[in-house]
Design a protein around this ligand. Structure first.
Ligand SMILES: *Cc1c(COP(=O)(O)O)cnc(C)c1O
Length: 469
């Protein structure tokens, strides 16, 4: 299996070579030259597997340059009960009205980013050690991704993490989650500013090629292919748990932001998994819902991006969307390149001519949700089933209900636990959500954080002093 760029300007490379890279050299995203197919018989033979071994089967189709016994060790180290609090790793629970909930939030940071990040941590360390090198991850976070990366990379010998966060602007729970890590390779830097300023510092440092090369700076952003591949696994797992035999169709509803999670569903479906519909749910930031409704992709400027009560879906542009468009236009890199050039010059592109294929060929449908919808859904789901869902998952449940079909299980992806977004739970139900017992004392633990001004040079000096060499 080799990987090429969606824009056609990269020589084909194996998995381990694209693993540590961000964008392809031509500005595109890495994508498999052709997708592996999983025949119905193979799929049935996976039915009894535990999650780590299913992950091995699926990931071995993508990481063909990692020896089988090594990959099996990596998936078992990533997906076990020391790391995830459910015996099944990803439990499937029934809701009402033909819906069920796929629990992707049983990992250390209580959100679905752990699913991919735990594998990424294992495979990063493996590839770096084999190459005898190290990596310094530099990123900015307003919560979810940064903490998932820190938990996945804590204690790793060949990697250090420098995570910038906006000082005083995350919830007490989020701060405690990140800042209570005491591992020497994890560096929390709280900058006196907002998230965008922290992000700008990261861009400044990554744009300094001399510094970037000397200190081997890396990133773990949402376009990383290994993350997409690791997420494909839970679509197979969800399908196997929701069905009893071959060929049965299942639909998946996915709370979406950067289009990473649902892209993995599209990949699974393209590999032959019997997926009927991929139901894309957005909040008020409905760039993607608008695309699937109209065929026009129109990213928004920052001032038109709303701060909502499902904050991890507050995006203005969807960084993984290009990979889906590549398939939509018949895997034609010249066409993708032209579309993104148009996006750069005009701010939008129009694929409405292909609109009839969105659902008929690719299974995509979409819907949007509002703050009022979230509150009502959290309330009604709790009243009718006793299950408490987080605000992001509530967006998924709300939109999923519009697309339920007789005889087709509708699996909603649970992207976070309610305790992470307790303010909104309190607004909906009049009482907060309780964190899992193991985290009851989280906010009382000692914290380790370096507070700095918004100054790229100060951050640079800190990295120089603490980087892995
Ligand atoms: C990241 C995230 C999302 C959005 O996922 P994408 O892969 O960016 O579409 C939704 N919900 C939660 C809780 C998240 O952390």
């Amino acid at each position: 299996m080799k990987y090429i760029s969606t824009r056609g300007g990269m020589a084909a490379q194996p998995f381990s070579d694209i693993l540590l890279e961000g964008l392809a050299p031509d500005g595109g995203l890495a994508i498999p030259e052709s997708l592996p197919q999983v025949p119905a018989g193979t799929l049935e033979s996976w039915r009894g597997l535990r999650y780590a071994d299913l992950a091995y089967e699926v990931l071995s189709l993508f990481a063909t340059d990692i020896p089988a016994q090594d990959l099996r060790r990596l998936t078992r180290a990533a997906y076990n009960q020391q790391v995830f609090s459910s015996e099944d790793i990803v439990p499937l629970r029934p809701l009402d009205g033909g819906l069920s909930l796929l629990g992707l939030s049983e990992g250390p940071t209580l959100a679905f980013k752990d699913m991919a990040m735990q594998f990424l941590g294992q495979v990063f360390e493996y590839v770096l050690e084999r190459r005898g090198t190290t990596l310094n991850i530099v990123g900015a976070t307003s919560g979810d991704t940064g903490s998932a990366a820190e938990y996945a990379l804590r204690g790793k010998k060949s990697v250090a993490v420098f995570m910038l966060s906006p000082h005083g602007r995350m919830s007490a729970f989020q701060r405690a989650q990140m800042y209570s890590l005491q591992d020497e390779n994890i560096h929390n830097i709280a900058v006196r500013g907002v998230f965008d300023q922290a992000q700008d510092i990261v861009k400044t440092l990554a744009g300094d090629l001399e510094f970037k090369t000397r200190y081997r700076l890396g990133a773990v952003n949402s376009i990383n292919w290994a993350r997409i591949a690791a997420q494909v696994v839970y679509y197979f797992h969800g399908w196997l748990r929701a069905t009893a035999g071959p060929g049965q169709q299942v639909s998946f509803a996915v709370p979406s932001g950067n289009f990473g999670n649902i892209l993995s569903g599209h990949i699974a479906r393209s590999m032959g998994l019997p997926v009927r519909r991929l139901v894309l749910a957005t909040n008020e930031n409905n760039v993607l819902e608008e695309f699937f409704r109209t065929g026009v992709y129109r990213p928004r400027p920052a001032e038109q991006t709303y701060a909502t009560s499902s904050p991890s879906m507050d995006i203005s542009r969807a960084s993984n969307f290009e990979r889906f468009v590549f398939d939509l236009v018949g895997r034609d890199p010249g066409r993708v390149k032209a579309l993104w050039a148009e996006l750069g010059s005009r701010g939008s592109f129009d694929l409405s001519a292909l609109k009839p294929e969105f659902e008929s060929r690719f299974g995509f449908v979409a819907g949007a949700s509002t703050h009022a919808d979230r509150l009502a859904t959290i309330r009604s789901t709790y009243d009718e089933t006793g299950v408490l869902v987080d605000p992001h998952t509530a967006d998924g449940v709300k939109v999923a209900r519009q697309y339920v079909e007789e005889g087709v299980p509708m699996v909603v992806l649970e992207t976070a636990l309610p305790a992470k977004f307790s303010d909104t739970i309190e607004e909906a139900l009049g009482r907060p959500a309780t964190p899992p017992a193991a985290l009851a004392d989280l906010e009382l633990r000692p914290q380790r954080v370096e507070v700095m001004d918004c100054d790229a040079d100060a951050v640079r000096r800190y990295i120089e002093a603490h980087a892995k060499v």
